[in-house]
Ligand binder design. Sequence first.
Ligand code: ZN
Length: 478
Amino acid sequence: MRILVSLLTAVLLLSPIGADAQDSRAALETVAKALGATGLKSIEIQGGGTFFWAGQSYNAGTAWPQFNVRSLTRTVNYDTASLREEMVRTRTLEPPKGGGPYVRGENKAVAFLSGDHAWNVAGEAVTPAPIALAERQFLLWSTPHGVVKAAMAGKGTLQGRTITFGVPGSFKAMATLDAANLVERVDATVANPVLGDMAVTVSYADYRDFGGVKFPTKIRQTVGGLPALELTVTEVKPNAAADIPVPDGVRQAGNPYVKVTTQKAADGVWYLTGGSHHSVVIEMKDHLIVVEGPLNDDRALAVIKEARALVPNKPIKYLVVSHHHFDHSGGVRAFAGEGATLITHDASRQYFERIVAAPATVSPDHLAKSGKKAAVEGVRDRRVLTDGTRSVEIRQIAGIQHADDMLMVYLPKEKLLIEADAYTPPAPNTAAMSPPSPFNVSLAENVKNQGLAVDQILPLHGRIVPAAELYKAAGVTP
Ligand SMILES: [Zn+2]
């Protein structure tokens, strides 16, 4: 017996695949069998519940705004690493509080992933969305069958009741199995432009059998420690049709965030567009002020490069942040990495101090690589930056329900106003919202009551318009 044991030990030690790997493989196969993952190529689930829009809270660091999910259909193809998720939702609060697109009634959003491509479809419009790649890769591989398939494909390992898996540059995760070998929880760190390493958890409960495939009927997700999704799954179709081709326009799009189109708005004032979110560069005597660092590192670094090309030899001293929403502050870390001082509303000053000190280990960004520490300065009602020739007035948009830290920038000499999300000019020849958007009304009343003489608005979405268009949209008499 002893001889046999030592022989076996010797064989295992000499075997090209380690004993651990073999055990892990066998254990993973047991988990795959328990879940019914072995012959599963694709899956479609349907359900409803509550969605909370991460990155769009009213106060920085508090609950994400809530939406009712009328229907959700998520189709995952594990063979092609692709995913389609359609959500029809309504806002829980009307009038709205917090961000996310403001649409009255139902809003349908369709999100796609295939390999390294992420995109959105709204009506006929297809929009590449590489910014969503990490979170969608996590969504795909954190599904119960995704976890075991990722691990079996060599992207993870099983030890005890824990499967460690991930996609380099996007996320690192740990899944916990219950006594029946079903995935009950996933704890992850997902790369995020604002938070750096962002904590995401998913919990799965009340598994049921759908034609030999086990799937949870309760899914709860948190993002940054706050509820993000509470879903009741009503239908599961194993091996549903799941052909999710990448549209040509998405395949050929390249990086949409690096395209910068510059328009001069006044002497020493430039409006930088080219994508979905804009910035403004203002030249002072011995430095530059940039209003808004949106989206992500790629966008912020392209804006910084353009600012340097417009005005060589003057440093970017300040970045003014319109508000804390993820899409408007995804470039904050890159500007901090360039040594710029951030100016935010007092309400979110401490939040941004934490943001620029946060680690980004999953996908080290410009700030993490720079090793720089950034200063953050707060504004309450108003702060004037001046160099004796030009005045830049940073003012609060008081009382607006989009966010509690909304700042606008007013140039009194040039009669220009820069603002984000309070008013986005609609495409020409589209009907105005009726009754008007409460955000438009807040902005118009702030401009009027603060006594600002504005000729042109430089919105951080959309295009330059006369101030009269804001007053008309808001139904406010100037
Ligand atoms: Zn916003």
